[in-house]
Design a binder for this molecule. Structure first.
Ligand code: AMP
Length: 664
C-alpha cells in the first residue's frame, strides 16, 4: 500500500501530516508554512489560487475569493443561517435547494465541495513535492458533530481532488490520538475543539494505545468566525450611527472589516486592548471616511457572552452521555486556534477543574492525529486501537411523523442495527423509507438524509407485511440503509447522500472537466517552469562569468568562459523567441558549460597557492596547450565543440608534462 497522508481540513486553515520513521510530522506547504489558509480564489484572468495566494487577494477581489467554505459543505440552502451567509462572495440556492457559489471571474457556479477539493489538491501536491512520491489516499478529518451529509460531502471533495479517502476521522478523536499515541498510562480525556467554524467536545478513555470514545457533542455552526463577526458588527454599527453608511453592504469594506476583526481578536488573546485602524474605508459626502477605534478585552468579551453560553451545553451533554462527572476527567486537551482566547480557557476551567494540557499545538494536533490514523491503516503503527462513536441518532420516520431511532447517538462504530416495520393501511403495495438524523422526537425537526421506496409488497391486511430495515454505519461514520420484504425477499438498499450537494453525475462531470484541465494546467506549468529555470540559469551563468573574470583574469579560462557565453546566448535567443521545444536542450548545454567553468574555478582555487600559478598566468597564449584544463585536471568535457570526449583514453594525456599529482 502506498503512503497515506492525514489531512485536517479546517474552516480557516488546513494542515497535512504524514508518518515518517514511525513519528507523525506536519508537512510544510510550498510557501514554507505548516498551515495553509482554507481559501480558494480565481484571479481576474481565471487562474486558480489556493491558500496564502488566495488569501492575499481576499480584500482586493472579494467576489472571486472564497473562505469559510466548510460551513457550506453538505448543507442545503434551508439549513444556512444568516451568519453563514455573511460572506463577501455570492452564495445562492440551485433548483434542488443545494448551495452554489458564484464566481464572476470564471463565469461559473461551484458546489462548495468542488472548491474544498481544490484545497485538498493543493495540500496533496505540496506533500507529493515534499515526499517525492505520488499520493493516492488520505485520512481526512471532520468535526465529530458533522452529520452524514456533511461527511459524504467531505468525501466527495476528496474524490474531486483525485484522492481516495481511507478513513473519515473525527477531529477530537484525531486530537486524542496525537495526544495519547505514545503514552502508556490510562486516562479520561476531554477534548475541547473550537476552530474557525466548528465546535466539538469529545470524551474518551485513552489507555495503552486503546482509544475509546465515550461521547461526543458539538455545534457545526460555531467557531472563531462568530467571534470575529461580533467585532465586525460592533465596528459597523458605530460607523452606521455616525455616518449613516452600512459597511457590511460593501464587499471590500466587509472583507477589510473581517480581517481587522480577526486580527484584533487574536491580539486580544495576548494584550488587554488593541487599536483598530481602517483608513479610507468608505467615502462620505465630505470625502473619505476612516475607522479609528480601540477595543479592550472586557468589551470584546461582553460582545460574545451568548457565544460562550453556546459552548456550555455541548460539554454538559457530552459529560452526561458518557456517564462521567467533571471530577472524573484526568486531562483536558484544547484544540483549535480559538481555544487561545482567554475567555474560552476560563470557561473550560470552570467546567473541568484541571489545568488544560498545553503539550500539543492546537493548530497542528488534528493533522498529527490524522497522520497517526493513516499509520494505523497502512500497518506502520501497530498496537493502537480506535473505537469511535456516531455523534447523532439515526432513525426513520414512522406513522404520525415520529422519528423511530435505530442507532442512538454515541453508539460505537462500525455498527449494524435492524428492526421490522409494517404497513399502515391494508393492501399497501410499497413503503417509503425516510431516513433522518438528529435528536428531536418529530422527524421533520431533524436532518433528512434521504428517502427511498420499497415496492412490490404483496396485498395483505394492515400490519401484516414484514419489512426489515437495517442501518449500517461504517468506520467513517457513513451510513447505508437497506430494506427487505421478508415475504418476497425483495431488497432495496441505498447509500444515503441526500444532503450532499452533488450527485454522482455531477461528480463525474467535474472530474472529467478537471482531468482535461489538469493536462492544460500541467502543460502551462511545465512551460512556465522551463522558462523560469532557464532565466535562473542565465542569471547564474552571468554571475559565474563575472567571478571567473575577477578570479582568473580575461584569459583565465577562456575556453570554458567562451562555452558558457555561447550557450547563454543560445538560451537567451530561445527565450526571446519563446521556442520552448529547443530551450530544454540549450539549457542542458548551458548547464554542462557552467559545470566545466565551475570545475575550472574550483581547480584554480586548489592551485592558488602553487608557485606555478604565476607562471601559468604569464604564459598567455601558450596556456591553451601547456595549461589546458585537459592537462591540469581530469575534466573530461570539451566545451569548444560541446562533445563528450573521454580524455582518459586520449593519447594526449600521455604527453602531459605536468602530472596532476604535483598540484594536489
Ligand atoms: P483552526 O481551525 O484551528 O485553524 O482555528 C482557526 C481559528 O482560530 C480562527 O478563527 C482564528 O482567528 C482563531 N485563532 C487563531 N489564533 C488565535 C488567537 N491567538 N486568539 C484567538 N483566536 C485565534
Amino acid at each position: 500500500m502506498g503512503r497515506i497522508v492525514g489531512i485536517d481540513l479546517g474552516t480557516t486553515n488546513s494542515v497535512i501530516g504524514v508518518l515518517e520513521a514511525g513519528r507523525p510530522v506536519v508537512i510544510a506547504n510550498c510557501e514554507g508554512s505548516r498551515t495553509t489558509p482554507s481559501v480558494v480564489g480565481y484571479t481576474k484572468e481565471s487562474e486558480l489560487l489556493v491558500g496564502q495566494l488566495a488569501r492575499r487577494q481576499l480584500v482586493l477581489n472579494p467576489r472571486n475569493t472564497f473562505s469559510n467554505l466548510k460551513r457550506f459543505v453538505g448543507r442545503s440552502w434551508d439549513e444556512l443561517d444568516e451568519n453563514s451567509l455573511s460572506v463577501a462572495y455570492s452564495v445562492r440556492a440551485n433548483d434542488q435547494g443545494n448551495v452554489r457559489i458564484t464566481c464572476p471571474a470564471t463565469e461559473r457556479e461551484y458546489a462548495p465541495e468542488e472548491l474544498v477539493g481544490s484545497i485538498i489538491r493543493k495540500l496533496i501536491d505540496d506533500a507529493e513535492t515534499y515526499l517525492g512520491e505520488s499520493i493516492e489516499s488520505a485520512v481526512v478529518t471532520v468535526p465529530a458533530y458533522f452529520n452524514d451529509a456533511q461527511r459524504q460531502a467531505t468525501r466527495d471533495a476528496a474524490v474531486l481532488a483525485g484522492i481516495k479517502v481511507e478513513r473519515i476521522l473525527n477531529e477530537p478523536t484525531a486530537a486524542a490520538l496525537a495526544y495519547g499515541f505514545d503514552r502508556s498510562s490510562s486516562s479520561r480525556v476531554l477534548v475541547f475543539d473550537l476552530g474557525g467554524g466548528t465546535f466539538d467536545v469529545s470524551l474518551m478513555r485513552v489507555s495503552n494505545g486503546v482509544f475509546d470514545v465515550k461521547s461526543t457533542c458539538g455545534d457545526t455552526q460555531l467557531g472563531g468566525n462568530d467571534f470575529d463577526q461580533r467585532i465586525v458588527d460592533w465596528l459597523a454599527e458605530q460607523f452606521l450611527k455616525k455616518n449613516s453608511i452600512d459597511l457590511r453592504r460593501d464587499r471590500q469594506a466587509l472583507q477589510r472589516l473581517s480581517e481587522a476583526a480577526e486580527k484584533a481578536k487574536q491580539e486580544l488573546s495576548g494584550v488587554q486592548s488593541v487599536p483598530i485602524s481602517l483608513p479610507f474605508i468608505a467615502t462620505g459626502k465630505d470625502g473619505p471616511l476612516h475607522i479609528e477605534a480601540n477595543l479592550d478585552r472586557s468589551k470584546f468579551e461582553s460582545l460574545c457572552i451568548d457565544l460562550l453560553d453556546r459552548l456550555l451545553l455541548p460539554v454538559q451533554t457530552a459529560l452526561s452521555d458518557s456517564g462521567w462527572s467533571s471530577d472524573d476527567i484526568d486531562e483536558v486537551v484544547l484544540v483549535g486556534g480559538s481555544t487561545r482566547m482567554p475567555m474560552v480557557q476560563q470557561l473550560v476551567r470552570t467546567l473541568v477543574p484541571n489545568q488544560p494540557s498545553q503539550s500539543v499545538n492546537p493548530d497542528e494536533v488534528v493533522a498529527i492525529g490524522a497522520a497517526v490514523q493513516a499509520g494505523i491503516l497502512s500497518g506502520d503503527l501497530r498496537d493502537l486501537l480506535l473505537n469511535d462513536v456516531t455523534p447523532l441518532s439515526l432513525g426513520l420516520e414512522t406513522v404520525g411523523g415520529l422519528m423511530k431511532v435505530l442507532i442512538p447517538r454515541n453508539t460505537p462504530i462500525p455498527v449494524r442495527q435492524s428492526d421490522v416495520f409494517s404497513t399502515s393501511v391494508a393492501n399497501q403495495p410499497s413503503v417509503e423509507i425516510h431516513v433522518w438524523q438528529g435528536e428531536r422526537q418529530l422527524a421533520a425537526d431533524n436532518k433528512s438524509l434521504g428517502r427511498f421506496r420499497l415496492s412490490g409488497i404483496p396485498p395483505a391486511p394492515r400490519g401484516v407485511p414484514q419489512v426489515q430495515v437495517a442501518f449500517d454505519i461504517d468506520a467513517n461514520g457513513l451510513l447505508e440503509v437497506s430494506a427487505t420484504d421478508r415475504t418476497t425477499g425483495r431488497k432495496q438498499s441505498v447509500n444515503i447522500n441526500g444532503g450532499s450537494n452533488l450527485n454522482q453525475d455531477e461528480i463525474n462531470k467535474i472530474l472529467a472537466e478537471a482531468k482535461s484541465k489538469a493536462n492544460d494546467d500541467r502543460r502551462r506549468r511545465a512551460s512556465i517552469d522551463s522558462r523560469n529555470n532557464a532565466l535562473t540559469l542565465v542569471a547564474q551563468a552571468e554571475r559565474r562569468l563575472r567571478d571567473a573574470a575577477l578570479e582568473l583574469g580575461p584569459y583565465g579560462a577562456e575556453r570554458q568562459q567562451r562555452a558558457v557565453e555561447i550557450s547563454m546566448r543560445d538560451v537567451q535567443d530561445l527565450l526571446d523567441s519563446n521556442n520552448l521545444k529547443e530551450l530544454e536542450l540549450a539549457v542542458s548545454s548551458l548547464q554542462e558549460a557552467l559545470f566545466g567553468l565551475n570545475r575550472r574555478l574550483a581547480a584554480e582555487k586548489r592551485t592558488d597557492s602553487n608557485p606555478l600559478q604565476g607562471i601559468k598566468n604569464t604564459f598567455g597564449s601558450l596556456k591553451d596547450e601547456l595549461f589546458s584544463d585537459d592537462y591540469w585536471d581530469d575534466d573530461p568535457w570539451d566545451y569548444s565543440n560541446r562533445d563528450y570526449i573521454d580524455r582518459r583514453n586520449s593519447p594526449r594525456r600521455d604527453l602531459d608534462p605536468w602530472d596532476n599529482d604535483i598540484y594536489r
